[in-house]
Design a binder for this molecule. Structure first.
Ligand code: FES
Length: 86
């Protein structure tokens, strides 16, 4: 699996940062938090992610996502993290 490092802005969602850095990631609903296709797995640095808000919590609950799985469109990060795009 290819790996790469990117610098991200805390002001934009993780999804927006990934797209800005030409990282391929699904986002069927365009970042509105409704499709679940922008799912990422957090390998390291979960504590640097923004809190899970209600919209994301509902999708996580409905689809049985693990605690370390986040919607990148609903996530903002404030430190060094390692993620995997499934
Ligand atoms: S892009 Fe649809 S939930 Fe994130």
């Amino acid at each position: 699996m290819p790996t790469r490092g990117v610098f991200v802005s805390e002001e934009a969602s993780l999804l927006a940062n990934l797209i800005e850095n030409n990282v391929e990631i699904n986002n069927s609903c365009g970042g509105n938090g409704t499709c679940g296709t922008c799912l990422i797995q957090v390998i390291e640095g979960l504590h640097y992610f923004s809190e899970v808000e209600e919209l994301e919590a509902e999708i996580k609950r409905d689809r049985g996502f693990e605690e370390n799985e986040r919607l990148s469109c609903q996530s903002f990060i404030k430190g060094k993290v390692t993620i995997k795009i499934p």
